[in-house]
Design a protein around this ligand. Structure first.
Ligand code: HEC
Length: 125
């Protein structure tokens, strides 16, 4: 590769980084659509979005199991994981348990799960 080509190549690379930065932001709309589509709202609230889960506000489950948490903010328990993102992905796809319990709903690991987890991890107002 000659020098001129190299310069063109490098500028193109820099431009790519520069112009692609908005795509690093979380696709909130996609995440929330997925969240509703998969009926996560049957259990979970997302108060920052005005979503109230159908089970979230009711008392403990009959068997004394944990209530579904509001997902506006992830629990300290989750954030203490060495890698919260990987933990959530495995937990939600039921590859791992927490406190000897699987997540109540099994999710498929398709593309939008990553988007949703990125959204969970992102700071919210
Ligand atoms: C049948 C009720 C139910 C449904 C439906 C459900 N969940 Fe949950 N979810 C729970 C319960 C209960 C917990 C708490 C489990 C725990 O902490 O061990 C939980 C925990 C979580 C957590 C961990 C939160 C934290 O930081 O501790 C995430 C993330 C989550 N659910 C996402 C989802 C998503 C995404 C969906 C939709 C695909 C969904 N859930 C559907 C009951 C449900």
């Amino acid at each position: 590769m000659n020098n001129k080509l190299m310069v063109v190549f490098l500028s193109a690379l820099v431009m790519c980084f520069f112009f692609s930065s908005p795509t690093w932001a979380v696709d909130k709309e996609k995440a929330l659509n997925f969240f509703k589509e998969k009926k996560c709202t049957k259990c979970h609230s997302m108060k920052t979005e005005g979503i109230v889960g159908q089970k979230a506000e009711s008392g403990d489950d009959d068997d004394g199991a944990k209530k579904p948490p509001d997902l506006s903010k992830l629990s300290d328990e989750t954030m203490k994981e060495a890698d919260p993102k990987t933990f959530l992905k495995k937990f939600l796809t039921q590859q791992i348990k927490r406190g000897n319990k699987k997540h109540r709903k099994k999710l498929d690991d398709d593309g939008d799960l990553d988007t949703l987890i990125d959204y969970f991890m992102s700071p919210k107002k």
